[in-house]
Design a protein around this ligand. Sequence first.
Ligand code: ZN
Length: 244
Amino acid sequence: MRIAVLSDIHSNLPALEAVRADLPQVDEVWVLGDIVGYGPQPNEVIGVLQQLGARSVLGNHDGAAIETVDAAYFNPDARAAIEWTRDALDGNARAYIATLPEMRRDGEVTAVHGSPRDPIWEYITSPGVAAANFHAFDTRLCLFGHTHLPVVFRELDGEVEALPGVAGPAVELDRGRWLVNPGSVGQPRDGIPDAAYAILELGDRTAGDSIEFRRVPYEIGRTQQLMRERELPNRLVERLSYGR
Ligand code: ZN
């Protein structure tokens, strides 16, 4: 079973289209929330996810866009973009977001946006925060997003260590339990502007599980042009160039 894992697309259609073109043959596409917010094309992005038959969870920006999550904690740029998104969403997109669960579980895989103990808001930014979350899910593996930083946390014999989520050979998920973040498709923050996603391979008796981190260049200038036309905050436009 092979799963494409996408997170934090943030209404960035050129980034999502580049990832779609890069996808190998997969059985499923999972999306870890923050489908909308920040970027210029929320309805188009949701249309692509519907075509892909993606299985998604709810992010804080998604909930804020349909006013089921409080945007009071958002910084001014994020709030301005969410207010624009609320007006821009069509009925189909609004209905799609309204169906999203905060957590999905299938076999040995759990999926959330923030963290298993606080699926909407908590940022898993360190081994310490990861360690406090391994008791909050009971599968071997939990996929998460929200920080926009690709990373793997492994718990083995009571110790938690972080492994960087760099593009290259797949990381074997052999012993222990795992928290995995694929990074962000639409607004990477690790200093690499290319769209980030991951391929999760769930093995059988002959091969183990693994995760492969991938990066895909896309036409950043196209997304930035659309953001300027929609008068989205300039800081959000510029950060895409730097991947911060
Ligand atoms: Zn996000």
